[in-house]
Design a protein. Sequence first.
Length: 221
Amino acid sequence: MAALSPSDRLYSFVAPRRYLEDESHHLNYYVKAIRAAIADPSAGDAEDLLEHLSKELEAEEETLARAFKLFDNRASGALRRSDLTNMHRYLGFPCDEADIDGVMAKIDHDRSGTITFEEFGQYVGLMGGTQKLFEERQKRIKEKLGYDISSSAEDTEAVSAALGLAGIDREAQAYWKMVVHPSEFTEAAKLAGCQQRAVKHIRMLAKKNHQEALPRLQERV
């Protein structure tokens, strides 16, 4: 089977994600740069830019899946109205009844009363991507703590492994990256062995208590 041309490959990325055409999306830069390179090879390497876009989209999809899971409290594969309200409250978005009504009307395309992962993805995409999704919460944390958590630092395998010994697995690390300053990971990785075991034990107890309490809480929501 013949390889796709740069134009066809770009189309395969953009067609199911029309929001990438919006300049407010953080990956729109790649779309414009690739088109410029296709039109004029001296403007850049289209294939190289396509590879970068592919990797960025893969990372975006992973972050989107983690975000969806964060707000899907019942692990049902769909967000209920109450989940959407909690999400807006957590992120610092307007969460009055009228606000949620407007969001549901806009993104609940099949009128099921719930938001599927695909609908959630379109919602976040039109918002500008996962960076925009957590931007307001990051701003509020910055105001409270005095530093910008959006500034990134390289997360080494050594740091990730050390956090794992403290019971902070890669999935938990992925959640924390959304709202925790990178330096916090580095400092947590410096825990001594006895401290790591203590943190791991506390996290295991907290997870157990959470799993036991969640069904009762869900009945009340």
